[in-house]
Design a protein around this ligand. Structure first.
Ligand SMILES: Cc1ncc(COP(=O)(O)O)c(C=O)c1O
Length: 325
């Protein structure tokens, strides 16, 4: 489902021109020679607006998502939206769709997109001189409707998810590159997700970052250009510190994962998944079950801490909530 209102700003004459208010959702007319259709000059963001316990609506970590959008557009040589314009367009889109924000655990998914519209098929080595920036909203339900269930994750050590220098860019082309490997692994192993660990070094899955946790430690791969710098990842690192865990951001490899499985927990983090427990890994024909295969207490504790921040149940000590209504 889509919210019925969008905010839109075409990039013409050197700037994004935003009318200052949301408009009804409608189809765009795109020139068949548009840069994005040929040369994949398209980026997006994904964040959520949550109904708060007091009934208001707040966007979670809006500024961090705007900064990541700016970085993605810069990496693909698209015109970079100004911070204040992008922020306002997101706030206005959510404000216009307030009537469809579900109660928690549902939320309003917020999807800003920037793509190159310049019509010139000879522009493979030239940036798009024009573009379109819009913000689309979708009311979404709980990823784990029917209860939190442990995931089965295939560990892929041959193929990377995408090219190493572009993993941190939230571009549609990265998802297209990962799709075939993901579908094949899902079909062969009946898996929920693929953990990309090229050469044995763990990066991320197709739509989430990766964590190990036990009673004392939280471990996640150190940031690099090879994978998306998840806002949820950063939130969980901060909350883990607040809760007194020793947080390690460093190289994590598949051998360590196997040793860890005997006593520790693992989970995937992302805007959609929040913190989703892994029950089983499949690697090279080997099935590795974490503990008893059920969601572990530390994963659920971190997940709960994050949800309470998102829905206004705990004090906003990090300044993460932007109230819209
Ligand atoms: C490839 C990939 N990695 C990680 C994430 C997690 O990022 P975030 O926590 O900002 O949603 C996502 C989800 O957007 C993703 O698509």
């Amino acid at each position: 489902m889509f919210g019925e209102h969008v905010t839109v700003a075409p990039f013409v004459d050197g700037q994004y021109s935003y009318s200052g208010s949301a408009e009804p959702l409608a189809t765009f007319a795109i020139h068949p020679g548009a840069h994005a259709l040929h040369y994949a000059s398209s980026v997006f963001e994904g964040m959520k607006a949550h109904r708060q316990v007091d009934g208001s609506v707040a966007i979670f970590r809006l500024d961090d998502h705007v900064r990541r959008l700016q970085n993605s557009t810069a990496q693909l040589c698209l015109p970079v939206p100004e911070f204040d314009v992008a922020r306002q367009m997101i706030v206005d889109a959510v404000s216009a769709n307030l009537d469809v924000v579900p109660d928690s655990p549902g939320s309003l998914y917020v999807r800003p997109v920037v793509f190159g519209t310049f019509a010139n098929v000879g522009a493979a080595a030239t940036p798009s001189q024009t573009g379109l920036f819009y913000v689309l909203n979708c009311p979404v339900g709980d990823y784990f409707a029917g209860g939190i269930r442990p995931l089965t994750v295939v560990v892929e050590t041959e193929s990377p998810r995408t090219t190493p220098q572009f993993g941190m860019v939230k571009s549609g082309a990265n998802y297209a590159m990962a799709l075939k490997t993901t579908l094949e692994a899902k079909e062969t192993h009946g898996a929920d997700q693929i953990l990309f660990a090229p050469g044995g070094t763990i990066t991320e899955t197709g739509a989430s970052n990766f964590f190990l946790v036990d009673d004392e430690r939280v471990i996640t791969p150190a940031l690099s250009s090879e994978f998306l710098h998840g806002v949820t990842r950063s939130s969980l690192v901060a909350l883990a510190n607040d809760l007194g865990y020793a947080v390690e951001e460093r190289v994590l490899d598949v051998d360590e994962l196997k040793t860890w499985a005997a006593s520790g927990e693992a989970f995937l983090s992302g805007t959609a998944a929040i913190a989703a427990p892994v029950g089983t890994f499949i690697h090279g024909g080997e099935t590795i079950t974490l503990g008893d295969g059920q969601p572990g207490p530390n994963t659920l504790r971190l997940r709960q801490a994050l949800v309470e921040m998102q829905i206004g149940k705990s004090e906003d000590i990090h300044g993460w909530r932007v109230t819209v209504s």
